[in-house]
Design a protein around this ligand. Structure first.
Ligand SMILES: Cc1cc2nc3c(=O)[nH]c(=O)nc-3n(C[C@H](O)[C@H](O)[C@H](O)COP(=O)(O)OP(=O)(O)OC[C@H]3O[C@@H](n4cnc5c(N)ncnc54)[C@H](O)[C@@H]3O)c2cc1C
Length: 312
């Protein structure tokens, strides 16, 4: 039985503008004593207040989700997905790094005006209440036996990538490409010595274009490496071309569906994790799997958001 997901009541304990694009909000509250953290790219739902109405109608029982879905539009609090950048269980504090992208969505609007003391709700896993309950926490990074990694993402994936980097084994090697709006948006992060981290400033270029170029260049170099992009594991699940690349790749219509193609951990020596704007992730998926022949079972592809579309 998986751990229960529930609504946690928290308050804003700090708001720090990290860079022009990133705002770190620290949430705190005794309720977080029951929050179950799995680290890495763990995602939670942020529940936004309705102006003038707050959280008055937000259900919090065991079937909070069903009850929330049944609410009329004007009293149903918006939910948005964010990454736990860090969690300090003893202090009952949790950090989220929000991308400030203007007032187009409830989350970015909220973060632009939030202040210490403001109420918020998050939805996440509760600490297991019995040994029968397995801890679970909605983290996707699953490198299995891989010692070589590729991480790529835009600014919305930067919090997840930074949390992953800080948790990697020191012997891990690989490449990381993080596209951010401007040069001023690079964040300090620690990574194993063998992992090269490149912050790529968009500086007005099309969203995702510069990161795509870097990943394409990485793929060209990787194909030329002795290990190739396959990095087959002990079981010899090698991939040398698209024909071997696991199940046939079906393109996802990112305007209709969520692009979320995440494999379980495997014994391959190379593992890639790619997240960000869905059209960009889709292009990289096509290139890496169909074009270069990377086994889909070695890559997690996640469309974190879609240009022009609200999360729900
Ligand atoms: C697993 C997961 C983890 C995530 N972690 C983070 C995180 O840690 N930090 C973070 O900032 N985001 C994160 N995101 C992305 C975040 O959920 C979306 O950006 C979300 O759409 C923001 O909600 P909103 O209310 O601001 O905008 P919405 O109401 O969802 O969208 C309104 C408009 O804004 C546009 N928009 C949404 N996001 C952006 C953006 N970043 N830049 C420009 N335009 C945008 C939409 O295309 C739409 O046109 C994560 C998403 C997933 C799935």
């Amino acid at each position: 039985m998986a751990a229960r997901y529930r609504v946690f009541s928290v308050r804003v304990a700090a708001v720090v503008s990290l860079t022009p694009a990133f705002v770190r909000v620290t949430l705190s509250g005794d309720d977080l004593g029951q929050f179950s953290s799995v680290g890495l790219d763990q995602r939670i739902k942020v529940v936004l207040p309705i102006p003038g109405h707050g959280f008055t109608d937000l259900p919090d029982g065991a079937d909070w989700y069903g009850a929330w879905r049944a609410l009329p539009d004007d009293t149903r609090n918006p939910l948005r997905t964010y990454t736990v950048r860090s969690f300090r269980p003893d202090a009952h504090e949790l950090d989220i790094d929000f991308v400030a992208h203007g007032d187009t969505g409830p989350a970015s609007r909220w973060v632009a005006s939030c202040a210490v003391g403001d109420e918020l709700r998050i939805v996440g896993p509760a600490v297991p209440s019995s040994p029968a309950e397995l801890p679970s926490g909605a983290a996707e990074f699953a490198p299995g036996a891989a010692n070589r990694i590729l991480l790529a993402g835009d600014e919305t994936a930067a919090p997840a990538i930074c949390a992953i980097l800080e948790a990697l084994d020191v012997t891990t090697v690989g490449h990381v490409f993080i596209e951010v709006p401007t040069d001023a948006d690079r964040l300090p992060v620690t990574a194993p010595a063998g992992v090269e981290v490149r912050w790529i400033a968009r500086n007005g270029a099309t969203h995702g274009a510069r990161m795509t170029d870097h990943v394409h260049a990485w793929a060209s170099r990787a194909v030329g490496d002795a290990g190739g992009v396959s990095g087959a594991g002990a079981a010899g699940r090698a991939v040398s071309g698209a024909a071997d690349a696991g199940d046939a790749l079906v393109d996802v219509d990112v305007d209709q569906q969520v692009l979320w193609d995440v494999p379980p951990a495997s014994d391959a020596q190379l593992y890639a994790w790619i997240a960000g704007e869905a059209a960009c992730v889709k292009e990289l998926r096509r290139h890496l799997v169909r074009g270069v022949g990377l086994d889909r079972r070695q890559v997690a592809f996640m469309g974190y958001w879609r240009h022009g579309r609200a999360e729900n």
